[in-house]
Design a protein around this ligand. Structure first.
Ligand code: SF4
Ligand code: MG
Length: 335
């Protein structure tokens, strides 16, 4: 398998200014030393609660905000070093779909104007062929040719997201970052849009980085899953391994919150105590130690590395794994 995207030691710190001179007095450490690889044709999801740094990671990859430190290698080229104009051209290869297509679609433009503009900016097809390309694109996402001159408000939420998808695909991207792309939609519409994204992935050989707060949503679409907590990756693994055998106490709590579809399965919801601490002065040691039901003394001072789970394509940042794969049923919670 070929790496399409390699994020290395990515940091996104936002300065906090203070004092009479407006100097930087501290930083919000929104993303703090994150590394991962996305291979061609796969779907990798980043999940975590709001404020964990998942959207910030997506924005840094596209340089919607320039990273504070680290590398974003796309097809072997570090995007962080590109000039603004070179990066603009790169946008052809890397597209993003947001949660609220309404906010990113100009309400005064018709759908065909919106797509025309996207095509013109990247000069994907000659002007004379654009109308046909637009009709084809909309058809691909399930919007009929008779709707092409409508405005965004004349569509339902699900249809608007389809327009957003058509716009992202109009420039023939390789990587599409979906940031909470279905989170605002009703559950039944969510499933339709997720299925559409899967179909489009096959049809156009797309690679997805799928950002969501909802492990239930990413379950169907992901090949691999990254779990983030307070700016760090706490667990990363193939979907099956991560769902069946979560190795990090935080992932386990997140999984316990997904409603079970199997009525026989008794599932105990793990409620974590306390709130997510501030990313300005995150806890020392393991960032999760203030809320972890299994925290040990050393967790308050020693930061856990990402350890391999033996025999699996799966890693977790927890001291417990040093003794081998974690079997939570043998551990006592200190809550
Ligand atoms: Fe919990 Fe310690 Fe593991 Fe962190 S390192 S998740 S605090 S047991
Ligand atoms: Mg977000």
């Amino acid at each position: 398998k070929k790496a399409l995207l390699e994020v290395k030691n990515l940091k996104q710190y936002f300065p906090i200014k203070g004092g009479v001179f407006g100097r930087t007095v501290n930083h919000v450490k929104a993303v703090d030393d994150v590394s991962f690889t996305v291979y061609e044709g796969e779907t990798v999801s980043i999940v975590g609660e709001s404020g964990c740094g998942k959207s910030t990671t997506g924005r840094a990859i596209l340089r919607l905000d320039n990273p504070y430190a680290g590398e974003v290698n796309f097809e072997g080229e570090n995007l962080v070093n590109l000039s603004k104009s070179k990066m603009r051209k790169k946008r052809k290869d890397l597209q993003i779909i947001f949660q609220d297509p309404y906010a990113s679609l100009n309400p005064r433009q018709t759908v065909s104007q919106i797509l025309e503009e996207a095509l013109a900016i990247q000069n994907v097809v000659p002007a004379g062929e654009r109308r046909q390309k637009i009709v084809d694109l909309l058809e691909t996402v399930g919007i009929g040719a008779h709707q092409i001159d409508r405005h965004p408000h004349e569509f339902s939420g699900g249809q608007r997201q389809r327009v957003g998808i058509a716009r992202a695909l109009s420039v023939n991207p390789k990587l599409v970052i979906c940031d909470e792309a279905v989170s605002a939609l009703d559950v039944s519409i969510q499933a339709q849009v997720l299925n559409l994204l899967k179909d489009l992935q096959r049809k156009f050989s797309l690679t997805y980085l799928f950002i969501s707060h909802d492990l239930g949503v990413v379950r169907h679409i992901s090949d691999r899953i990254i779990v983030m907590y307070l700016g760090k990756i706490v667990e990363i693994g193939d979907k099956k391994s991560l769902f069946e055998n979560p190795q990090h106490p935080y992932t386990r709590a997140l999984l316990s919150a997904i409603p079970s579809t199997n009525l026989d399965e008794k599932k105990e919801r793990i409620i974590l105590k306390g709130d997510v601490p501030s990313p300005i002065n995150p806890p020392a040691g393991c960032r999760f130690h203030t809320r972890c039901p299994f925290a040990m003394d050393r967790c308050a001072t020693e930061e856990p590395a990402l350890h391999n789970v033996p025999g699996k394509e799966h890693q977790a940042a927890c001291h417990l794994i040093e003794e081998g794969p974690v079997d939570f049923s043998t551990l006592t919670s200190n809550y």
